[in-house]
Design a protein. Structure first.
Length: 166
């Protein structure tokens, strides 16, 4: 897959997303490069692996160019050796809502306690149905970028956003 990725990010309230999920998978991802708004990411998702290149964010974080290619698990293991320190570890739950699917990520390790949801859109103005568990929007807030959280984990700043989780 490649092209312009348009998505919105939200904090998640409660754990109803688990009951509404149609599937879940475990994801580990590392970053070979994550500077100047561009990232090169290696991801293992269950028994699949991917190499992803993302360009800088546009539209206040709403969109960015993305190129993704499936690679072998063996290739991913080798590429993980090139990654910068800090692996992101999470479970992703897929939750349908209207004609969209929300990807809800529950993080582990130093990002334990953070749960975020993303919805991909075909255009920035597209409407969608928010499930009840959707909380405060954090689209464009760099603290919530996975590439940023590997260096600045949630445990270091979670008290600063406690008011957003209510």
């Amino acid at each position: 897959m490649s092209g312009l990725e348009i998505e919105r990010k939200f904090l998640v309230k409660g754990d109803d997303y688990k009951r509404q999920a149609t599937s879940k998978s475990r994801i580990q991802q590392g970053y070979i490069c994550s500077g100047h708004g561009c990232t090169v990411r290696v991801r293992r998702r269950d028994q699949q692996a991917f190499l992803t290149i993302k360009g800088p964010s546009l539209d206040n974080g709403l969109s960015r160019y993305e190129f993704e290619k499936e690679i072998t698990l063996d290739e991913a293991e080798h590429l993980f050796q090139l990654c910068e320190p800090g692996i992101i570890d999470k479970t992703r739950f897929l939750v349908p809502s209207g004609k969209h699917v929300f990807e809800v990520d529950e993080f582990y390790g130093e990002n334990e306690g953070l749960v975020m949801a993303e919805v991909e859109l075909s255009n920035p103005d597209e409407t969608f149905i928010k499930p009840d568990f959707i909380g405060c929007e954090v689209t464009g807030d760099r603290r919530f970028y996975n590439s940023h959280m590997r260096q600045n984990p949630y445990k270091l700043w979670k008290d600063d956003i406690a008011h957003l989780l209510k």
